[in-house]
Write a protein that binds this ligand. Structure first.
Ligand SMILES: NC(=O)c1ccc[n+]([C@@H]2O[C@H](COP(=O)([O-])OP(=O)(O)OC[C@H]3O[C@@H](n4cnc5c(N)ncnc54)[C@H](O)[C@@H]3O)[C@@H](O)[C@H]2O)c1
Length: 368
């Protein structure tokens, strides 16, 4: 089979995509004179078992790398795991020339990037995302971090990987619920920046898209657009002073739902499912505060509810959910700030909403 690949450079990060992405990784390691004895690969229990063999088959040179494994799931995205990994790196002789390769989903790339940013004041790392969330979003852009107690992503850094390689075949073993969860970030990307893609997605329907093979032209084109949009946003605003905040559409409510329903590290509600329901609530706020036409909001609402369960909280949970939102990193001056949309494809950042407005939006979600 002919191996296709594309390589671009954003900031200081090389991005390789396509069936030839792992070949590109091999070339990158040689071109950058990466010492094969100083390479560590971070996996979780699932990617160790499912993705590492694929990587090693294509790049046998990595058989020399030391493999670090963490349990799978959001609960390990913590300072404790970071400390365990730092100690393991130290005991296995890692130094400032070490390269860390993160082979996994958003948890592995967020945590591994954070570990790389702190170890010996910063070592190089590469992301090899193996989930849809990872390939469409989390692995790109150098936002690293861990959860603190039950609160999401409260400690972290902006620290770019030297390279990211998006190898589509890794996604072949991804369970359906994680595909659905990742799809929410793809929908978000369309809603904040690409009306054409949103209308295409909306016309197809979520159920049909999730049944399409991941190597179909539809998925390939949609993912390409999603990735290039994220790259552009990151290029323009790396440290999230303004435009990068757009990417948080659905996340203020989404993170509150994750914290509230999962507590300290549970896994009941997946990140993308929380963001999807977050987008319903924040779509409602977009209509009320930013003039998103009701007809457009109705389409979004119907689309998201058809793919994700909205009945995940009760009206009496609303005060606690709002309480969680005060911890969101976008806030300032004791207010809760949202990234909303004015139209599909047009985002607005730093929109302050009152508790009453947020409660009304959450009420709308729970009433269905
Ligand atoms: N840094 C960012 O910009 C950013 C953006 C979006 C999301 N995130 C973070 O990403 C995380 C969610 O990402 P996620 O859904 O990828 O989580 P994840 O890393 O926990 O992966 C989800 C599950 O899929 C398994 N898995 C991974 N690859 C697989 C494969 N190829 N085959 C079978 N199973 C596989 C994992 O073991 C895990 O059980 C959250 O912590 C979120 O906060 C970060």
């Amino acid at each position: 089979m002919q191996q296709t690949s594309r390589i671009t450079k954003v900031h200081r990060t090389h991005i390789g995509t396509g069936d030839g992405a792992l070949v590109q990784l091999g070339r990158f390691l040689v071109a950058n004179r990466m010492n094969r004895n100083k390479i560590f690969i971070l996996t979780d229990a699932n990617t160790h078992h499912l993705c590492l063999p694929v990587l090693l088959e294509q790049l046998p040179v990595l058989n020399h790398a030391a493999v670090l494994e963490i349990p799978a799931g959001e609960a390990v995205k913590s300072l404790q795991t970071a400390e365990t990994l730092w100690l393991e790196l130290l005991s296995k002789g890692a130094d400032r020339d070490t390269l860390l390769i993160n082979l996994g989903g958003g948890v592995v790339s967020d945590l591994g990037g954070f570990v790389a940013s702190g170890f010996k004041r910063g070592i190089r790392y590469i992301n090899l995302p193996t989930t849809l969330i990872g390939q469409a979003d989390a692995a790109i852009g150098g936002k690293t971090g861990v959860n603190l107690g039950s609160l999401k992503n409260q400690v972290g850094s902006f620290y770019l990987p030297v390279a990211v390689f998006l190898y589509p075949r890794f996604l072949e073993t991804l369970p359906f619920e994680h595909l659905r969860s990742g799809f929410a970030e793809v929908v978000k990307s369309a809603l904040i920046g690409d009306a054409v893609i949103w209308h295409r997605i909306e016309k197809q329907g979520g159920g049909r898209i999730l049944e399409m093979p991941l190597n179909s032209a539809f998925w390939r084109e949609t993912l390409e657009k999603t990735v290039s949009q994220k790259l552009k946003i990151v290029r323009d605003d790396f440290t999230e002073r303004k435009q990068r905040k757009k990417l948080n559409f659905g996340h203020t409510v989404g993170h509150a739902l994750e914290t509230f329903l999962n507590g300290a590290g549970g896994e009941g509600l997946l990140h993308g499912d929380a963001v999807a329901i977050g987008m319903v609530a924040e779509g409602y706020l977009s209509h009320k505060k930013c003039g998103l036409p009701m007809e457009e909001f109705r389409k979004m609402d119907a689309f998201l509810r058809a793919t994700h369960h909205a009945d995940i909280f009760k009206p009496h949970d609303i005060p606690q959910l709002i309480e969680q939102m005060y911890h969101d990193k976008k806030n300032a001056g004791g207010t809760i700030r949202f990234s909303l949309i004015r139209m599909p494809g047009v985002a607005v950042v730093d929109v302050v909403c009152t508790e009453a407005e947020i409660a009304e939006a959450l009420q709308f979600v729970s009433n269905g």
